[in-house]
Design a protein around this ligand. Structure first.
Ligand SMILES: O=P(O)(O)OC[C@H]1O[C@H](OP(=O)(O)OP(=O)(O)O)[C@H](O)[C@@H]1O
Ligand SMILES: O=c1cc[nH]c(=O)[nH]1
Ligand SMILES: [Mg+2]
Length: 217
């Protein structure tokens, strides 16, 4: 399984990640959502280099231009709710893509222990398609694994791109074990070393869903 950490190369991407993490900036929820969206756009561009292309002739006012254009059938899927602005970033570029949505939330058994619950899925058929699963945070990796399992009930994708912003080292190891190595590529903007006792990424950025949409009851 290929793991691509785009934050390891200097680019404007890291300014957006820094603003997501910064306690003095991240409370501006409009900027927080927009930064997530912008990172979605950057990851889309990078992922677009790995899909299939075909030749197309285009009639211009002055002649015919021959160029290579994407021909993969792309499905952008997102894990609610923090994934929503990230999804929009992908859709800004893959504007012809089909879309899928999966819900996942942590149901706490006590203060520290939880199970991930999936209650909702809306997806097209996935057979033979390029599936991009977007979620800004990969903490334990469980939400990603279970969302992927839920999506598999809709068919077998040809290739899977897992797209995230901050992943823990633990989540990277977990995803490597749980997802098909031969046809999964993982794209992240940062890999952080630790999880705290609540399974939040450290240093991470806090709770992405709450920062984007407000604290839930
Ligand atoms: O890797 P995991 O340990 O499963 O954690 C990561 C999940 O946590 C966040 O969602 P959260 O459960 O906070 O829901 P929310 O987006 O509604 O806030 C995030 O968007 C992932 O889906
Ligand atoms: O660090 C984390 C872990 C789960 N969900 C988040 O939003 N942040
Ligand atoms: Mg959350």
């Amino acid at each position: 399984m290929e793991i691509i950490n785009l934050g390891a190369t200097n680019s404007i991407l890291n300014q957006f990640v820094a603003e997501l993490r910064d306690v003095t900036i991240q409370t501006d929820s409009l900027r927080f959502r927009r930064n997530i969206e912008r990172i979605g756009e950057i990851l889309s561009y990078e992922i677009s280099k790995q899909i299939s292309y075909e030749n197309k002739n285009v009639q211009t006012p002055l002649g015919r231009a021959s160029l290579m254009v994407p021909c993969s059938q792309v499905v952008i899927s997102t894990i609610l709710r923090a994934g929503l602005p990230f999804h929009q970033g992908f859709l800004n570029y893959f504007d012809h893509a089909e879309n899928a949505f999966v819900s996942a939330y942590r149901k706490y058994k006590d203060r520290l222990n939880f199970d991930i619950h999936i209650e909702y899925i809306a997806s097209p058929r996935l057979n033979g398609k390029t599936l991009i699963i977007t979620d800004p945070m990969l903490a334990t990796g469980s939400s990603m694994e279970l969302a992927f399992q839920a999506l598999l009930t809709k068919g077998e994708p040809e290739h899977i791109h897992v797209a995230s912003i901050i992943a823990s080292k633990q989540a990277i190891h977990y995803i490597k074990e749980k997802m098909p190595a031969e046809k999964t590529t993982v794209w992240v903007a940062a890999i952080d070393d630790q999880l705290d006792e609540h399974s939040y990424i450290v240093p991470g950025l806090g709770d992405a869903g709450d920062l984007a949409f407000g604290i839930k009851e």
